[in-house]
Design a protein around this ligand. Structure first.
Ligand code: AMP
Length: 114
């Protein structure tokens, strides 16, 4: 449920400070420490799940809550356009192995991403 060696579990517990922008009983959202856009917020489950790739049917409700929270963050931040991205695995750029959705906005983006 919680991994004491996981950075984002420690943020959930309040052991490491973060700039919270949204929270629900299951999900929190906080500003990325190294923003890649004017708005860059990470939406994470309170529960420790390694990545999007570790999701199963047991996580269907929680997965929906993550996306709804991403939309709430975008509304709160006044974003009409935004990227919601979940890097999954080291080759895809995942560096913190606690599932998270990046909400990026406030600038234009190209497609496909690099
Ligand atoms: P990823 O590389 O997709 O796993 O995303 C991890 C994100 O976590 C990166 O964008 C980091 O900048 C961000 N990050 C790492 N440590 C912290 C922290 N203490 N507080 C907020 N964001 C962090």
């Amino acid at each position: 449920m919680s991994d004491p060696s996981c950075l984002f579990c420690r943020i959930v517990k309040g052991e490491i400070p973060a700039k919270l922008v949204h929270e629900t009983p299951d999900v929190i959202a906080f500003r990325d420490i190294n923003p890649q856009a004017p708005v860059h917020v990470l939406v994470i489950p309170r529960e420790h799940i390694e990545s999007t790739g570790a999701l199963t049917e047991a996580h269907e409700a929680l997965s929906g809550k993550l996306l709804v929270a991403a939309a709430e963050v975008a509304r709160k931040e006044g974003l009409d356009s935004f990227r919601a991205v979940s890097n999954t695995g080291a080759d895809a750029g995942q560096s913190v192995f606690h599932l998270h959705v990046h909400v990026l906005g406030g600038r234009s983006f190209t497609w496909p991403p690099g």
